[in-house]
Write a protein that binds this ligand. Structure first.
Ligand code: NDP
Length: 443
């Protein structure tokens, strides 16, 4: 395999999909060496079979707003690879959603799910529906309309969706309600369900907590204590909130959060009371982060991201390509020594290069944010067994999964005197999927 050739070919066959090309081009060079040690992979064209999704569904979603106006949106489900288990990955509702974004997410998800060591394949879905400013009833009608199409393609042993940007507990519950009505079964298809619907404790917390657990493992390799460290976080949704919660518990100092309008900088640090305010603001009133600055009299910067603020550790937790090469240089110049990614593909290729060159502790998305899908996997297990584990039990399992992911990264990413976590995560995730694909024959 020649990484460049494969990529050029994909670009020619699937033009106008820049995020998909970006995700593939981040992985291929890191697995080229190990791939080429297995001539049988090349003969069976494993790489194209791994990069191109198994299938993609796309459909129109029609719904009615509160004034009686009818709207249409597009809905998609990308079933990328199911060699290790049922397709598994979230659903995103955001006006920017298109096939390029969902294909990048489904591709990444396949490697991430492989890393968790749980039996899950990779998939992703979503819609270009914009949930901002919609009433509860409009959200419900949209979720129901979306599921009226999607339900025939998913199932507990086929494809198990979850939440992502714009899809939290409320949306999962509406979708699951409609799914049950149509499929006439109650086997837990969809994870991230509320406890009252058979969900798992710690699922809302899992991605944020998991990212902090991964960060702690990285810090341990350099004997660094998290206590008192200054952390910049982007986003103020599910992942950002629970990352902050865990960091407060560990006595680190989170000084920034953001949304798509701008960021707040609170030099005193966001404490428990302030985080409660953010959770209420974002989860209940669906307000803007600028309101935090008014409430607590601190700096708010409109239309910017927080990477210019001085920190020890950065944890991007909003969206793809939110941290550029210039941002990375600023972070490094300000003394940042660790970056752990809560969001999917938040760092641009130039930023990743800068982090790797500086040999800082850089935990890439598919390793660092795998806690969410891991607890989704544990939710599937509990649903199959018709029982529920305590929060402590789930949290312990989450810790041990993140530790094991870190170990795999170290094993496969060891270079002279430092760990390249990007290479480690990609090679470890790839090898398991590749072996499974070889074992099951040409499909
Ligand atoms: P939420 O919808 O709960 O929150 C998203 C946050 O990011 C909001 O603050 C939102 O601001 C901000 N944001 C979204 N899009 C943009 C944009 N284009 N520019 C700037 N800010 C933006 O989503 P999650 O917290 O669940 O997801 C955040 C990231 O984490 C995503 O990359 C997701 O794929 C990834 N992830 C999530 C997992 C999960 O379990 N939820 C698991 C693994 C990864 P606003 O409110 O203004 O839109």
């Amino acid at each position: 395999m020649k990484a460049n050739k494969v990529l050029d070919n994909l670009k020619r066959r699937f033009p106008n999909e820049p995020e998909y090309h970006q995700a593939v081009s981040e992985v291929l060079p890191t697995i080229e060496e190990v791939y080429n040690q297995h001539p049988e992979f090349e003969k069976s064209n494993l790489i194209e079979r791994l990069c191109i999704p198994d299938r993609i569904f796309s459909f129109r979603v029609t719904w009615v707003d509160d004034k009686g106006q009818v709207h249409t949106n597009m809905g998609y489900r990308v079933q990328h690879n199911n060699v290790i288990g049922p397709y598994k990955g979230g659903i995103r509702f955001h006006s920017s959603v298109n096939l390029s974004i969902l294909k990048f997410l489904a591709f990444e998800q396949t490697f991430k799910n492989s890393l968790t060591a749980l039996p899950m394949g990779g998939g992703k879905g979503g819609s270009d529906f914009n949930p901002k400013g919609k009433s509860n009833a409009e959200i419900m009608r949209f979720c129901q309309a979306f599921m009226m199409e999607l339900w025939r393609h998913i199932g507990p042993e086929t494809d198990v969706p979850a939440g992502d940007i714009g899809v939290g507990g409320r949306e999962v519950a509406y979708m699951y309600g409609m799914y049950k009505k149509l499929a006439r079964e109650n086997t837990g298809t969809l994870t991230g369900k509320g406890i009252e619907l058979g969900g798992s404790l710690i699922r809302p917390e899992a991605t944020g907590y998991g990212n902090v657990y991964f960060l702690l493992e990285m810090l341990k390799t350099r004997n660094i204590d998290i206590k008192g460290k200054v952390v910049t976080i982007s986003g103020s949704g599910n992942v950002a909130q629970y990352t902050t919660e865990k960091l407060i518990e560990l006595e680190a100092k989170v000084v920034t959060m953001s949304d798509s309008n701008g960021y707040i900088y609170d030099p005193e640090g966001i404490d428990r009371e302030k985080l409660n305010y953010i959770m209420e603001l974002k989860n209940l009133y669906r307000g803007r982060i600028s309101e935090y600055a008014e409430q607590y009299n601190c700096k708010y910067v409109e239309g910017a991201r927080p990477w210019g603020e001085k920190c020890d550790i950065a944890m991007p937790s909003a969206t793809q390509n939110e941290l550029t090469g210039e941002d990375a240089k600023t972070l490094l110049a300000n003394g940042c020594f660790a970056v752990s990614e809560g969001a999917n593909m938040p760092s641009t290729p130039e930023a990743i290069d800068a982090f790797l060159e500086a040999k800082i502790l850089y935990g890439p998305d598919k390793a660092a944010n795998a806690g969410g899908v891991s607890v989704s996997g544990l939710e599937m297990t509990q649903n199959s067994m018709k029982l529920s584990w305590s929060a402590e039990e789930v949290d312990e399992k989450l810790k041990s999964i993140m530790k094991s992911i870190h170990e795999q990264c170290v094993k496969y990413g060891q270079q002279e005197g430092w760990v390249n976590y990007v290479k480690g995560a990609n090679v470890a995730g790839f090898m398991k999927v590749a072996k499974g694909m070889m074992a099951q024959g040409i499909l």
